[in-house]
Design a protein around this ligand. Structure first.
Ligand SMILES: Cc1ncc(COP(=O)(O)O)c(C=O)c1O
Length: 395
């Protein structure tokens, strides 16, 4: 067996199951799942229709590089969404099967642990756990930049000076999971300055970029363009999972540095991660349409508008910059106890923040917070918020 597999940590949801073991929710109440970030709004008809129309294309092996028509649709979307950004569809776009596998696979492509046995992947903390697993399986070390309150974005100064020369890849996640925080142009300026100094690749996980209130979040390619930079060593990752309520479609794309993408394509050809043709056609339809995305945002906006004021009656709840998460500070500082109480008393499932972060020498930056995903229907989210307030008012 590959000994690196032993280094992998249990997934946050496995840890949640463990701490909930033996605790029963009240009988007769349906569970309210606010712990998993799985979109629940309906998948748009145009996606389903395109899938059906092209189902006979299942008879064909797709290429790893993807259809030119899909790459052009992605490039069109990028340019519409970020007017400063214009990419060459052929060399600067690569379709992927959702961001998760692509984030993982990129690390296997980029990390060179032969030339530096101390190669480091740097991740925000809290973080999406794939970053860590990808680093460990590529033979790199994982290092963390904590995301402290009140901004919940990586504090690069907290990274040990001795670590920087070994950093080969930096993950950023904006809008952030779990806090919803969005990096500003100044944040990008700071990160680009470090990149110029140390030469690492930046992998920007932007899968929540379309779930926002009024102001579309800044993207990494947009930030680079605004700062007069090109996309060397810079890749953005996005998908239709959250934007188009299609997490099961497994469709996204990576855009940016053409040279990196050429190597990535080589890796992926061997890995065997080509997107099936019906999915590619459904993706073209999805990227070319914004109406369903605006409706999706409206549904989330409505939930936040009702849920946050209720939570504020008892908790320090705040609107995120973007995403569908509330990163809630728990009243007594114990996120696991809080999650257990909500489950035992009200069948509400939330994710303790400590499971999304690592102890970084001065405590776990996720401890004391829970992540609440507003994915359930509006009425269920509102009822859950009211229950939480009632429970803690009585406490
Ligand atoms: C931060 C982050 N990145 C990536 C993903 C993976 O999403 P997908 O593979 O569906 O694009 C998720 C899913 O929840 C996520 O929260």
């Amino acid at each position: 067996m590959n000994p690196r597999l032993q280094q992998l940590q249990p997934y946050p949801f496995a840890r949640l199951r463990e701490v909930m073991h033996g605790i029963d929710a009240p009988a007769g109440i349906s569970p309210v799942p606010l712990h998993i970030g799985e979109p629940k709004h309906p998948t748009p008809e145009l996606i389903l229709q395109a899938l059906t129309e092209h189902s006979r294309d299942l008879a064909v092996y797709p290429t790893t590089g993807g259809l030119p028509e899909l790459k052009q649709a992605c490039a069109r979307w990028l340019n519409r969404r970020y007017p400063e950004v214009s990419v060459d569809a052929d060399s600067q776009i690569l379709p992927v099967l959702g961001t998760r596998e692509a984030l993982f696979a990129l690390v296997q492509t980029v990390i060179d642990a032969q030339s530096d046995p101390e190669a480091v992947v740097l991740s925000p903390n809290p973080f999406y756990q794939i970053y860590e697993g990808a680093a460990l399986l590529a033979g790199a070390r994982i290092a963390f930049a904590d995301c402290p309150a009140p901004r919940f974005l990586p504090d690069w100064h907290s990274v040990d000076a001795a670590v920087w020369p070994h950093v080969q890849l930096v993950f950023v996640c904006s809008p952030n999971n779990p806090s919803g925080a969005v990096m500003s142009l100044d944040d990008w300026r700071q990160l680009f300055a470090l990149q110029d100094q140390y030469g690492f690749v930046i992998a920007a996980d932007e899968c929540y970029s379309e779930i926002y209130f009024d102001t579309p979040p800044l993207g990494c390619l947009q930030a680079a363009a605004l700062l007069g930079r090109n996309s060397d060593k810079l890749l953005m990752f996005t998908s239709l999972s959250k934007r188009s309520n299609a997490p099961g479609l497994r469709s996204g794309f990576v855009a940016g540095d053409a040279a990196l993408l050429a190597d990535f394509l080589l890796y992926r050809t061997y890995h065997g991660s080509a997107m099936s043709l019906p999915v590619q056609y459904a993706s073209i339809a999805a990227w070319d349409d914004e109406e369903h995305v605006a409706e999706n945002r409206r549904l989330y906006r409505e939930k936040f508008a009702q849920v946050v004021p209720i939570l504020q009656q008892r908790f320090a709840a705040e609107y995120p910059d973007a995403s569908f998460y509330i990163w809630l500070k728990v009243p007594d500082g114990d996120d696991v106890a809080f999650a257990r109480t909500l489950w035992r008393e009200a069948a509400i499932q939330v994710l303790p923040g400590r499971f999304l972060a690592r102890d970084n020498g001065h405590g776990n930056p996720g401890a004391g917070y829970v992540r609440i995903a507003l994915v359930a229907p509006l009425a269920q989210c509102v009822a859950a918020a009211e229950k939480m307030v009632a429970l803690y008012q009585a406490a």
